[in-house]
Every structure is written in C-alpha cells, then in structure tokens.
Design a protein around this ligand. Sequence first.
Ligand SMILES: Cc1ncc(COP(=O)(O)O)c(C=O)c1O
Length: 442
Amino acid sequence: MKEIFRHDTPVNYEVVTRKVKEMGLASVGKASIREIKRLVDNIERETGDRFVRMEMGIPGMAPSEIGTNAEIEALRKGVAAIYPDIDGTPELKNEISKFVKNFLDIEVKPEACIPTVGSMQGSFAAFLTLSRMSPERDTTLFIDPGFPVHKQQHRVLGQKFESFDVYDYRGDKLRDKLESYFSKGNIHSVLYSNPNNPSWICFTDEELKTIGELANKYNVVICEDLAYFGMDFRKDYSRPGVPPYQPTVAKYTNNYILFISSSKVFSYAGQRIGMMVISNDLFGRKVEGLRKYYNVDIFGRAMIFGTVYALSSGTAHSAQYALAAMLKAANDGSFNFIDEVKIYGEKAHAMKKMFTDNGFHIVYDTDVDKPIADGFYFTIAYPGYSGEQLIEELIYYGISAISLAITGSEHLEGLRACVSLVHPDQFPALEARLKKFHEHNS
Ligand SMILES: Cc1ncc(COP(=O)(O)O)c(C=O)c1O
C-alpha cells in the first residue's frame, strides 16, 4: 500500500499490520479459510470495526423448525440411547429416495440412499471405497476449481488425484479434456460440485451429458457434489415432481454417486448430516477388487457394512429425524426449501454490482454463453493484483475473502467471496470501502 494512504484505511493500519504479524503467517493471501477467520476475529476485537466477512461458507440463516422440532421430539422419545442402523432409518431412506425422484427426476431405491455425517463423510467414504475397486485405477480426477477439503481427504488417505481448471474447457471443449485423462486408465472417479464452490459456475445439460457419456465409455464413477442443491436461482427447481429439475449427471449415466448436503440448502450444517445417493446399478455392482478389503464384493454393501461402519457406524440418530421431516415436507410441497435460501442470490446480485462498479471484475463470469448465476459465492479480481496481494490489501479495508489459489483454480488473481454472512445492513459500508480502495488504486 502506498505510504500516503496508510492513515486513510477504513480499518486502523497499525492494528492490522500488528495482528498479521502476531498470527505469524508467512502470507495472509496463502492463509487457510480458518486462519483468515481467526485474523479477522482478532482485528475486529481490537478495533471494534465490523468486517464485511466473505471468507467462510457458513449458512447465514436459521434452520427450519420442521427439522429442529422433529429432532427435539425424537430426542425426547429417547433415540439418543439407540444405535441407528448404519445405512439410516427406513423413514429417512424413503424420503431421500422420494426427494431425488421429485427434484432430480431420477429413480433410486431407498436401499441406495444413505445418510452420512455431513456430505464430507460421504465423499470420504466414497473415495475410500472407489479407490479399492481396482489396483490400476488409483486416482481421482477433480474438475476444479473446487472445495479444498476434498483434496485434504485425499492427502490424509494417502490417495492420488489429478485436477484441471475447467475455465478454459467449458461446453464442447470438455469432452476432449476429460477423455485425455480417462483414456490413461488410472482414473476411478471424478468429483465436481454443481453449482460450483468457489466459482458458482453451473454445468449445462450438454456438459453433464458429455460427462455421463464418458463415464459410460470409460467406466469411471462420477461423484456429483450437490452441496448447493437447487440454488441456481435462474430456474425454479423448487416444485416437487414438476420440471425443471436440478440438472444432474444421473440423467446420463448409471455410474454415479450424488452427495446432497443439508448444510446450505436446509441451513442444517451444525448437525452434520448429508445424503449419499448411489445409483441402483453401482450399488448392486459386483466388483472383484473389493474382496481384498471387504467381506463382500457388492459395491453398496462394501460401502455400508465396510466403509461407513468403520468410519462412524452411521449418522446421529436424532439428526436423521430432522432431515426426514424436512424432506417429507419438501416432498409433499408444504416446505419450499429453495425459497428460504433465495436471499443469497439477491445479496450476490447487489454485492457483485458494488465490486464491478469499483474496478473489480468477475473472474468466472459465464456458463458457456450465459452470465453466471447469482448465488452463494462469486469470484472477483482487481487489475494489477494477485489474489494473494488483494486479500492482504482488502483486510485494511475491512473486507475478508479467500484466494482462489487454494481451490485448484488457475486464476491466481482471483478471490472467492461468500455472501452468506454479509448482512444487507452492511452494504453501505461495503460500498464505501470498495470506493475508497478503488480511489487509492486509481
Ligand atoms: C462443495 C462442497 N461440498 C461439500 C461441503 C460440505 O458439506 P457438509 O457440510 O454437508 O459436510 C461443502 C461445504 O461448504 C461444499 O462447499
């Protein structure tokens, strides 16, 4: 920052500099999400200034009472004392099966619908099981940018992964790019999130079809992370059993596992419950390689009685009642869960304009030929700054975000901004701070 502006930053220059030093970070721009959170907590505490906090993807609203009431009632009835079935209560499994029929228009039998301890456990269990199917197929392919924790899961499991940034491979270009990986024969599965964390790109049906067709051709399992289920607000995916449906690769292949988190769309992050939905075909598939690690060679049984059993022996009993009640209400049309979270899109719309009015641009800005949707996240950059420098600088302006560098993006100039914790009453402050930043840099 230029010397002359040091007395003119919205947050006290001296305090920020000191707090950065105290944290002992090699670079603020390379800090993890949790480190940035801690740094901003420390600065807020000392200065009393409220930051525009865009670093963490925490749901910003109250959970539905349909869920909490069902959970409280279940606890009162004593479910806390009873081990739940490893693969979930029959009521929940039925509701998940109905939910995917109603909102994705796919048929999956309840047996293959499994609650997990958050979607994170679902992906962990999946990577663990998928990597044991065949010794030649020992690598996951990530379509990036992506959620850094999935790669962390690979590191702690000691598993291999490859990745590419999809920015330059949208639309027609996706096929050749995927084929260049699949044809090597080492890929067991592919993971991407849709809508995407961090960029909020949403694959088109054409792109999902390409992914599905190649999954069939090369026998690769597609792990589709629907953590932001239905939250592409350009279309109304909220009506059960009525098109349009949330787009999914499951329309184009039987080689899939879906992860549906309840954290964001049901604002139920604290109870750590998600859904793993395995295609009927994959669930019942005989896979010889599994014998080495499990008592069985049927994929679904190995997943449940091998992997999930070993990890946590199922999912908290009371949370299953909560999720079953919310899904039931969504399935019968009495609970419009997507309406509840539309506010994220409205906030993104307003905030993106403040950034672009002040010299920033949106990094991932289109879905092939359409402007990107407004949702939970968006990506920003400012001319002349790397993402690392930009984060460090914005901290002095009371704005926090994370660098795209930790997401596998090749756009190292970019930051991810999350709208969830920003309250509309902070919009004037955000606007004023961005104006000042732009002035200082013009
Ligand atoms: C893309 C993606 N996948 C998975 C998760 C984790 O979901 P859960 O809270 O259900 O474990 C998140 C949470 O931020 C996410 O953004």
